[in-house]
Design a protein around this ligand. Structure first.
Ligand code: TPP
Ligand code: MG
Length: 743
C-alpha cells in the first residue's frame, strides 16, 4: 500500500529487538502496524482539525470518522487501491487515507475548495470521491450506494465476459468513457448499522447473493443511527443474525476497533470474493466517540457510563497501547509520529484554507455532459429510405409498411444492441424467458415485456445482455447507475410509471446528479424507459398516471416524451448514444396506435433533444403539447379549422427537458395566443412552467391570457365515464382553443 512505513532497520538493534521486529500479527509486521497507526492517527487528527475549523467558522459542516479508523485501515489493506472499487460512506476517512487520499485533499473538501477532488466544493465534507483510487462519488442519502456497488460488480463481470465491449468508439458516449476491468476485482461497500433498515440494503444483498457477485459489504456498527440505538433499527439487535440465511455469502462478525482482527476477517472475506465464490458480509462492531456530527450532542441521549465504556475501546489509544506493550514502539517514537502527523495536518489545513474557492459562474458546469450535446446537429439525421430486403425484421414486404411505436422502439433497441456491446437491458418481465432452456428447446415463444417492447432481444443477444430483474424498482435503477459508472449503457425498463416511486430516491438523489456532485469525475448516462399515461379505458388509478414534471424539475435528467413512432425511434437512439441520463417516457396508448405509424427509418436515424416539431402551422393561436395529447389536439384543431376557420399552430415538444423555447417563442410571437395542453393533472403540471415563461418573456406579444388545458386535479378513475371526464378530451381541447381564439 502506498503509505507503507519507510523506517530503516536500526543497525544497533540487539537480538531480542530483532525478534520483536520480525514477529507478525495475523501476517502483519510491526512496521506495517506502525504505519497503520500513523494513518489512523492522521484520520483522527484531520477530524480534530476540521472540528476546530468549524468552531472558527472556516468550514461549514463536520462529520467524523472517529472510532471507525481501524476497520477502515484494515479494509484498505485487505483490498487493492485503484484496482478494486469502493463505495464507502462518510465515516470512512481512514479507509480513504489508507487507500491513498491525502489530508490536504480532505481539507479542501471541508473548505469547499475548487480543487476538492471529491466534489469541487459542491458536497459536504466526507462525501468521498477519488477517481484515481476507484472511490466512487456518494451522496448524503444513506444506503443509496449499496445498489450502485452491486451494479459496479456486475459491470466488472460483464466486461471480463465481453472484453470487446470495453473498446473505445468514436461518435457516442463511449468516446468519453474509459473502461478498466481486472477480471477478479472486488467491490467494497460500507454502511452504518442504521442503514441496514433500508429496503435498498436488502435488495442489494438479495441480488449479490443470487448472482454470486464479488461485493464485500462492510457494516460499521457503532450501535447508533444519530440517536436511535441498534435494537430499534434491527430486530433482535444484531444484523448478522438476520442476514445469515442468504446463500453464497461469507460472513464475519468482529471487533472493528482492533485492526489486526479486522484485517484477518476482511482478508478471509476478500479471498472469498476474489475467488469468485460470491459476496461477503463483514459486520464490524465499532464506536462513535464524537457524537453523530458536529450538529449533534450525544450527551442528550447517551449517559456518561455508556460513553466511557466506548472510550475504553477507542481504536487509536488501543493500538497505541498495543504497540507499546509489544515493544514495537516506545513512547518517544509514538510522540515523534504524532508530532509529524500534527505538523502535516496543520500544514495541510493552512494550504487548504489558502486554496482557491469555486467561482459562482461555474454552477452550471457538469449538470450535463460537457463532451456530448444531444441537442446538437450530430444527433440530427434523416430517415433512411430502406429497401424492403434490408428491413430490420428481414421481412421483405413489411419493411416499407408503416410500423407502430412499439415496433420501432423494439427495432431501435435491437439496432443499438447490435452496434454497441455495452448496451444491456433489464427490468421486470423484459426477458423472453428467464428459463432459457425453454427457449432453446423451442417449447415457448417468449414474452419480452408486458407490452412486448423488448420481445426477441434476449433470444438474439443472450441472457447476459437482456435479463429480468427482481420486482424492485430501486434495484433496477440503482444497479443501472453502478453499471453506468463503470461505462456500460444500461437501457432499463420501469414497467409502469405508476410504480416508479420505489426508485424515486435513485432517480432524484443519485442518477441525475452523479456528474454534477463529483465535478465531472463520474457520470452515469443510463436510459430509463417507462410506460406512462392513460386513455386506456379501464387503466384506473395505478395504470394511468403521468407525472413528468416531477422529473423535469430534477436538474441533470433529460426527459423525453414522443408522440409518434418515428420520433420514438429517433429520440431513443439519441438517448442511448448520448452521455446524459435520460428518462424516456413511452405512452402506452400510443404503442400500437394507428396515428403516427412510420416505416422503419434505418439504424442511424436520430432526432436531437430540445427540438420541437410543428405538427401543423397556423396563424390564430399556438397549442403547445406532447405525448398522447398531440393526436387529440390535432383532431380538435382540424375540426376548428373546418367549422370555424380558426387556424391553429400545433407544436409537439417531443422532449420536455430540454424543451424548445425558440419554437414556442417564434410561434407565440406570430399568433399572439398560447394554449398549453397536457395529460397530467392541471395544477403544478408541466404546462405551468411553460405558461409562466410565456407570461414572463412574451408578455408584450400576447393578445389573450395564457391558457392551460389538462386533467382534473384527481387521479384517473376506472369507470370509462369517469376516465373521460378526468382526462382532457378532443371536445375539451376544441372548446379551449375556440375560446382562446375568440378572446
Ligand atoms: C435516507 C436518509 N434518511 C435520513 C438521513 C439522515 N441521517 C444521516 S446519517 C443518519 C444515521 C445513520 O446511521 P448509521 O447508518 O448507523 O450510520 P452512522 O452515522 O452511525 O455511522 C441519518 C438518519 C439520511 N442522510 N438519509
Ligand atoms: Mg451507526
Amino acid at each position: 500500500m502506498n503509505r507503507m512505513a519507510t523506517t530503516k532497520v536500526d543497525p544497533k538493534l540487539n537480538d531480542s529487538d530483532l525478534k520483536k521486529k520480525s514477529k507478525t500479527y495475523q501476517g502483519l509486521t510491526g512496521r506495517q502496524l506502525i504505519d497503520w497507526y500513523r494513518v489512523m492517527y492522521t484520520s483522527r487528527r484531520v477530524d480534530d482539525r476540521e472540528i476546530l475549523l468549524k468552531r472558527q467558522q472556516k468550514v461549514f459542516f463536520q462529520i467524523s470518522g472517529a472510532g471507525h479508523e481501524a476497520i477502515g485501515v484494515a479494509a484498505a489493506h485487505a483490498l487493492k487501491s485503484g484496482y478494486d472499487w469502493f463505495f464507502p460512506y462518510y465515516r470512512d476517512r481512514a479507509l480513504c487515507l489508507a487507500l491513498g487520499a491525502t489530508p490536504y485533499e480532505m481539507l479542501m473538501g471541508a473548505v469547499g475548495a475548487a480543487d476538492d477532488p471529491s466534489s469541487g466544493g459542491r458536497q459536504m465534507p466526507s462525501h468521498w470521491a477519488f477517481k484515481r483510487l476507484n472511490v466512487v462519488t456518494q451522496s448524503s442519502a444513506t444506503g443509496t450506494q449499496i445498489l450502485h456497488a452491486v451494479g459496479c460488480s456486475e459491470a466488472g463481470r460483464y466486461f471480463s465476459r465481453h472484453p470487446n465491449a470495453a473498446r473505445k468508439a468514436d461518435g457516442d458516449y463511449r468516446q468519453f468513457k474509459d473502461i478498466q476491468f481486472q477480471g477478479d476485482e472486488i467491490t467494497y461497500v460500507s454502511l452504518g448499522d442504521g442503514t441496514t433498515s433500508e429496503g435498498e440494503f436488502w435488495e442489494a444483498l438479495n441480488t449479490a447473493s443470487n448472482k454470486r457477485l464479488p461485493v464485500l459489504f462492510c457494516v460499521e456498527d457503532n450501535g447508533y443511527a444519530i440517536s436511535v440505538p441498534v435494537e430499534v433499527q434491527t430486530s433482535g439487535g444484531n444484523i448478522s443474525r438476520l442476514v445469515s440465511g442468504f446463500p453464497n455469502f461469507h460472513f464475519e462478525e468482529l471487533d472493528g476497533t482492533d485492526p489486526i482482527t479486522a484485517y484477518a476477517a476482511l482478508k478471509r472475506a476478500a479471498d472469498h470474493c476474489r475467488a469468485g465464490h460470491g459476496p461477503a458480509f463483514v459486520h464490524a462492531h465499532v464506536i462513535r466517540p464524537y457524537s453523530h456530527s458536529l450538529s449533534d450532542d450525544e450527551r442528550l441521549y447517551r449517559p456518561d457510563s455508556e460513553r466511557q465504556r466506548d472510550a475504553a475501546r477507542d481504536p487509536i489509544s488501543c493500538l497505541q497501547m498495543f504497540l507499546l506493550r509489544e515493544g514495537i514502539l516506545d513512547e518517544k517514537a509514538i510522540n515523534k509520529i504524532e508530532k509529524e502527523v500534527d505538523d502535516e495536518v496543520q500544514a495541510a489545513a493552512d494550504q487548504a484554507l489558502a486554496a482557491a474557492i469555486p467561482q459562482p459562474d461555474t454552477i452550471y458546469n457538469f449538470v450535463y455532459s460537457p463532451d456530448l450535446d444531444p441537442t446538437s446537429t450530430e444527433f440530427s439525421t434523416q430517415p433512411a429510405a430502406v429497401p424492403a430486403e434490408t428491413a430490420s425484421d428481414g421481412k421483405k414486404s413489411a419493411a416499407s409498411q408503416p410500423k407502430t411505436m412499439a415496433d420501432l422502439i423494439n427495432a431501435t433497441l435491437r439496432d443499438e444492441m447490435r452496434r454497441d456491446e455495452r448496451v444491456l437491458i433489464f427490468g421486470e418481465d423484459v426477458a423472453d424467458a428467464s428459463r432459457e432452456e425453454y427457449l432453446k428447446q423451442k417449447l415457448i415463444k417468449g414474452k419480452g415485456g408486458v407490452f412486448k417492447l423488448t420481445s426477441g432481444l434476449q433470444t438474439e443477444f443472450g441472457a447476459d445482455r437482456v435479463f429480468n430483474s427482481p420486482l424492485a424498482e430501486a434495484n433496477i435503477v440503482g444497479r443501472a447507475t453502478g453499471m453506468a459508472v463503470r461505462g456500460l449503457k444500461p437501457v432499463v425498463e420501469i414497467q409502469f410509471f405508476d410504480y416508479i416511486w420505489p426508485a424515486m430516491m435513485q432517480l432524484r438523489d443519485e442518477l441525475p446528479i452523479i456528474r454534477w456532485r463529483s465535478n465531472n469525475a463520474f457520470s452515469a448516462p443510463v436510459v430509463v424507459r417507462v410506460a406512462i399515461g392513460g386513455y386506456l379505458t379501464g387503466g384506473a388509478i395505478y395504470h394511468s398516471q403521468c407525472g413528468e414534471s416531477i422529473f423535469t424539475h430534477t436538474p441533470g435528467m433529460r426527459v423525453v416524451f414522443p408522440s409518434n413512432a418515428l420520433d420514438a425511434a429517433g429520440l431513443l437512439r439519441t438517448a442511448i448514444r448520448c452521455d446524459d441520463p435520460v428518462l424516456f417516457l413511452e405512452h402506452k396508448r400510443l404503442y400500437r396506435e394507428t396515428y403516427g405509424r412510420a416505416p422503419y427509418p434505418g439504424p442511424d436515424y436520430m432526432v436531437p433533444f430540445g427540438k420541437a416539431k410543428t405538427v401543423q402551422t397556423g396563424t390564430d393561436l399556438t397549442v403547445i403539447t406532447y405525448g398522447a395529447v398531440v393526436p387529440r389536439a390535432l383532431q380538435a384543431a382540424q375540426k376548428l379549422e373546418r367549422e370555424h376557420q380558426i387556424s391553429v399552430e400545433l407544436i409537439d415538444l417531443r422532449t420536455l427537458n430540454p424543451f424548445d423555447w425558440e419554437a414556442i417563442a417564434a410561434s407565440v410571437k406570430k399568433t399572439n395566443r398560447a394554449l398549453i395542453a397536457y395529460e397530467d393533472s392541471l395544477s403544478w403540471g408541466y404546462g405551468a412552467e411553460i405558461a409562466a415563461r410565456i407570461a414572463d418573456q412574451l408578455f408584450h406579444h400576447l393578445d389573450a391570457p395564457v391558457k392551460r388545458i389538462a386533467a382534473t386535479d384527481t387521479f384517473v378513475a376506472y369507470q370509462p365515464i369517469l376516465e373521460d371526464a378526468i382526462l382532457p378530451q378532443v371536445s375539451d381541447l376544441f372548446r379551449a382553443m375556440k375560446e382562446l381564439a375568440e378572446f
